[in-house]
Design a protein around this ligand. Structure first.
Ligand code: ATP
Ligand code: MG
Length: 610
């Protein structure tokens, strides 16, 4: 391709809209243009990169035995109602763009395709003889993200590869899952990315086991905790660990002490000269279930620990049926305004004890017969206790009276241990690992580029997708689903590989592998040599750009660096000796090479993936 004929516009300055290096560089180098928040045009260079990534994905999907298809983006609400996700996706998370068509039918733009694919399997898979089967597509997904940002990293319209496997049983699913795991490792290795596969939370998609593939980069929105021995790595949302050992409480007898100004654990431990690990803190949350019920949750956990909201949300989801629902629509720490709606009197914030009286919650208003109250607040606290406080003795905690704490308290004596013991603490760097207490958790930032799930029968049961097994019994299909953010991956590659002059693509996903630069188009010999090389390289199957623009040499070199083409060939002064300059973008290593040696040399480098 000739640059003179391309829509090729580069910017000298960093665009104000971009915060992270990869976003700045893709804008500056003319790969993408912002059209609206989280909505980007992929310009020709970007499209080539995306095609390269897609091709690698296709090859690895084929190797894993998956077949390509293309599913509709416009999806009927009924399918999402069958799975029970319409309200969660359009209202609670609000991630799904939805619309009403001219016949008043509700539809959504696909943020993911479990419902559609399960409906297809329901209709088409009848017998165990058709199993296992895996389908995938590479397509634009729509998600109304709360905070679209960082360019293609978190878009509202982005390209995803999503695959879905159907098996007769769990063992089959595990095999397919393992194949996809291998495929994902291959995809990332071939794209030249440094990554880590980590244990992950399954979120609203549901199901049991899942892992995320994290591309390691400081700009990553996720935190990964891992051990040096390579045996453990998890998203912080999911991570487990041993908390630091608790220090003994200095108080042996139970008493109430005046502790003014100790709303925080730091101030309390300072005043009482005790370790935060001897304190039981009690944290209040407000959960709204899809049934409309509002539940106030009181969690007791060790003073030095924080609540992991994702773990808490999962625990509450397990309890949803007790509140007439299936899922948690929102989980917040109630602010003064929220408290005012249900509290009978001001709460002793900072001094709450595990036995905070239910009388703090207003009783529901009596409703006229036959009418149901809107958003009724459950008039009892849901009391949960984190594992970290179960074994504490002589602990310090609130007294339910502002300005006072109690010390030397024990479960089973002054306080009843809540029945629901859970793990909702946040694991942090420095904690000891569960598998080996001599290993401490390390932290890294990651960009989630892929997520693989063992879904099980969640969707097949909900939509009635069954098959007949060898014994003639009807069984639900056992499913897995596997996503790769193709557009996110492409940008993550830039985030991992750039320098002060621009992008540094690996040859596997660079839009072009070589660029022939004519320093001065007024010089006939330079033009002639460049044209000949350009033809030769192209014929040899090396994707090549020809910078034949009427620009200064310096501008051309800067642009070549900025767009990150792996090999630059310059038809300059050394032509007199029958040579051209060949420069490697990654290392800036330059050498004079005989014109006839250029093609064989580049071919060899590409074969070596140098
Ligand atoms: P995240 O936690 O980053 O929002 P997710 O868990 O919602 O991601 P999945 O539903 O598992 O993501 O989607 C599969 C893959 O699609 C992700 O691993 C990611 O690479 C990509 N992806 C998800 N959301 C976006 C987005 N808004 N923009 C670009 N890529 C995305
Ligand atoms: Mg998401």
């Amino acid at each position: 391709m000739r640059l003179s004929q391309m829509l090729f516009v580069t910017l000298r300055e960093d665009p104000a809209e971009a915060e992270i290096p990869s976003h700045k560089l893709l804008l500056r180098a003319g790969y993408i243009r912002r059209i609206a928040g989280g909505v980007y045009a992929y310009l020709p260079l970007m499209w080539r990169v995306l095609q390269k990534v897609s091709q690698i994905v296709r090859e690895e999907m084929a190797a894993a035995g998956a077949q390509e298809c293309l599913l509709p983006q416009l999806q009927p609400a009924e399918l999402w109602r069958e799975s029970g996700r319409w309200d969660t996706y359009t209202k609670a998370e609000g991630i799904m763009f939805s619309l009403v068509d001219r016949q008043q039918r509700e539809m959504g733009l696909g943020p993911t395709h479990e419902e559609v694919i399960t409906a297809i399997a329901r209709d088409m898979v009848r017998s165990y003889r058709q199993l296992p089967v895996t389908l995938y597509q590479i397509q634009t997904k729509f998600r109304d993200e709360i905070r679209p940002r960082f360019g293609l990293m978190r878009g509202r319209e982005f390209i995803m590869k999503d695959a879905y496997s159907f098996d007769a049983d769990e063992a089959g699913l595990k095999q397919n899952y393992a194949k996809m795991h291998t495929a994902y490792c291959n995809i990332l290795n071939r794209c030249g990315l440094a990554f880590r596969a980590v244990d992950a939370d399954s979120g609203a998609i549901g199901g049991s086991g899942s892992q995320e593939f994290m591309v390691l980069a400081d700009a990553g929105e996720d935190e990964v905790l891992y051990t040096e021995d390579g045996k453990y790595s998890a998203n912080v949302e999911k991570a487990v660990s041993l908390p630091p050992a608790a220090e003994a409480s200095p108080f042996k007898t139970y008493e109430k002490l005046e502790t003014p100004g100790t709303e925080t654990i730091a101030r309390l431990s300072q005043l009482l000269k005790c370790s935060p690990t001897a304190i039981v803190k009690n944290v209040l949350y407000q959960a709204v279930f899809d049934s409309g019920r509002v539940v106030l949750v009181l969690i007791s956990l060790r003073g030095d620990q924080e609540v992991n909201d994702v773990k808490l949300q999962n625990e509450l989801t397990k309890l949803a049926d007790q509140y007439g629902g299936k899922t948690v629509l929102s989980l917040t720490v109630p602010d003064a305004e929220a408290q005012a709606k249900w509290a009978t009197k001001p709460l002793p914030l900072g001094y709450i004890a595990p036995n905070l009286d239910d009388a703090y919650i207003k009783a529901p208003k009596p409703m006229p017969a036959g009418q149901v109250a809107v958003n009724p607040v459950t008039p009892k606290f849901l009391r949960l206790v984190d594992q970290t406080v179960v074994d504490l003795a002589h602990f310090i905690t609130g007294s339910n009276e502002s300005g006072y704490h109690v010390v030397g308290a024990n479960w089973g004596k002054e306080f009843e241990l809540p029945k629901l013991v859970v793990d909702v603490r946040k694991a942090i760097a420095g904690d000891r690992a569960l598998h080996d207490a001599t290993q401490t958790l390390q932290t890294a930032r990651g960009i989630e580029i892929g997520h693989i799930f063992q879904l099980g029968t969640k969707y097949s049961e909900a939509l009635g997708a069954t098959y007949t097994n060898e014994q003639g019994e009807e069984k639900p299909l056992v499913m897995g689903c596997y996503g790769v953010g193709v557009s996110r991956l492409a940008q993550a590659a830039v985030e991992q590989s750039y320098d002060k002059d621009g992008i540094v693509w690996t040859t596997a996903i660079a839009p072009y592998q070589a660029i022939v630069v004519i320093p001065d188009i007024a010089k006939a010999d330079q033009v002639k040599a460049a044209e000949a090389l350009y033809d030769e390289l192209s014929q040899a199957g090396i994707e090549t750009l020809l910078d034949d623009r009427n620009e200064r040499a310096g501008v051309k070199f800067k642009d070549a660096d900025l767009i990150g083409i792996p090999y630059r060939i310059v038809t300059g002064r050394s032509l007199q000796q029958g040579k051209v300059e060949v420069v490697k973008r990654a290392t800036k290593e330059a050498q004079e090479v005989l014109v006839e040696d250029v093609v064989p040399m580049l071919k060899q480098w590409l074969a070596e993936k140098d």
